[in-house]
Design a protein around this ligand. Structure first.
Ligand code: NDP
Length: 346
């Protein structure tokens, strides 16, 4: 059985969802009430692959909301409690979605393996970042040429280049895709210099400098809500792949020649019959999902229930090949830009 641990995009959405599910006492509570709310297994689902293999899964809402990010102990408790619930339910591979994998890594939750009388078994969990990185690279390779960008001549900026997903994207783009130039953007200089050394190339630039030069911009850092940059600074055409969370680039950039694609999103080949993606602002919530969630499903389909994506900067090109091939084989495709005429009438 596969599992997905997720959370609502905001406190407001979480309350709305809780009301719909009949948890009125929690829905009406303030943030303090939500901070002490336990995780909930809200949905069971059966998914059948193109070859007819059937797997079962469950969605666990951690009852975390991004407004809790500043409350270190609460965020830690939310993630660990949701993992404990997944394990107690006997789920063999669970993806840590949304902020949960970032909380796990950044708050070093590896030191908290014992939750009450449960010892968490790390091999039951995956961050899903290998699949996310592969999907973002394929989205770039498929969609840049479709809007007239020749990748062999293109300058690609990766914002969040030193992160787990960003560094994997950089490795793929420099070794596999072969883009003309890579621009590396993050706040801390030392990891950038180390990445540049590992890659044997790439230019370290500030965000503003990189945006002036890039034909393609891959965003794999959560975007500060206050960041304001005019589209006049961008090259045209420009492809922006919004791989971070929350996905809010379309409110920051617009204009002719600027194409914004939701990054790290895949579509299953048929409707799944679940409701868990409805709050995630997917265009087709019955089929579309975050690539990290899909990684748990793929590992279950492949009988490879293990912590495939784990820790930081462990994503190799070989692992990306494996998960990419398995993704296609099991009925997933990447989300792509809408053809021009469809976008015009949407
Ligand atoms: P990491 O924490 O490993 O990396 C974040 C990166 O962003 C680092 O390079 C960090 O470097 C950089 N960064 C952070 N803030 C800024 C800033 N203000 N300006 C420039 N760079 C910045 O994160 P992950 O790689 O695990 O995840 C990246 C994003 O992808 C997240 O937003 C996450 O939610 C999303 N995600 C999406 C998934 C999907 O399925 N679609 C699945 C998993 C994650 P520094 O600190 O030096 O600035």
């Amino acid at each position: 059985m596969f599992g997905l641990i997720g959370h609502s995009t905001s406190f407001h959405d979480a309350r709305r969802k809780a009301m719909e599910l009949g948890y009125d006492h929690i829905a009406e509570g303030d943030l303090d009430v939500w901070c002490s709310a336990p995780p909930q297994l809200v949905e069971h689902v059966e998914v059948v692959s193109p070859s007819g293999k059937s797997i079962e899964g469950a969605y666990i809402d951690s009852c975390f909301v991004p407004e809790m990010l500043g409350r270190f102990k609460t965020a830690r408790r939310k993630v660990l409690n949701a993992m404990e619930l997944a394990q107690k339910k006997g789920i063999s591979i669970t993806a840590l979605g949304g902020f949960t994998s970032i909380i796990f890594e950044n708050f070093n939750l590896l030191q908290h393996q014992h939750i009450r009388n449960t010892t968490l078994e790390w091999n039951r969990f995956t961050t899903g970042n290998t699949h996310t990185a592969w999907v973002i690279c394929r989205q770039l390779e498929i969609n840049a040429p479709s809007i007239g960008i020749d990748l062999k001549k293109a300058c690609v900026a990766v914002i969040g280049a030193t992160g787990d997903i960003g560094s994997a994207v950089c490795r793929w783009l420099s070794k596999r895709t072969g883009v003309a130039e890579l621009l590396l953007v993050a706040r801390q200089q030392q990891p950038l210099v180390e990445l540049q050394k590992d890659l044997g190339g790439g230019r370290i630039l500030s965000l503003e400098e990189a945006l002036l030069e890039a034909d393609v911009v891959v965003w794999v850092a959560s975007m500060p809500r206050t960041l304001e940059i005019g589209s006049y600074q961008l090259r045209k055409p420009c492809l922006m792949i919004d791989g971070g969370y929350p996905k809010n680039l379309d409110s920051k950039f617009s204009g002719d020649g600027v194409h914004i694609l939701k990054g790290g999103i895949v579509e299953f080949f048929k409707d799944i019959g679940w409701s868990m993606m409805e709050l995630a602002e997917m265009d087709r919530p019955q089929r579309q999902m975050f690539a990290c969630f899909a990684e748990a499903m793929i590992l279950e389909f492949e009988n490879c229930q293990t912590n495939f994506s784990w820790g930081r900067n462990n994503i190799t090109l070989e692992k990306m090949d494996f998960i990419g091939e398995a993704s296609v084989r099991n009925g997933f495709s990447t989300l792509n830009l809408k053809p021009q005429f469809e976008a015009a009438i949407a």
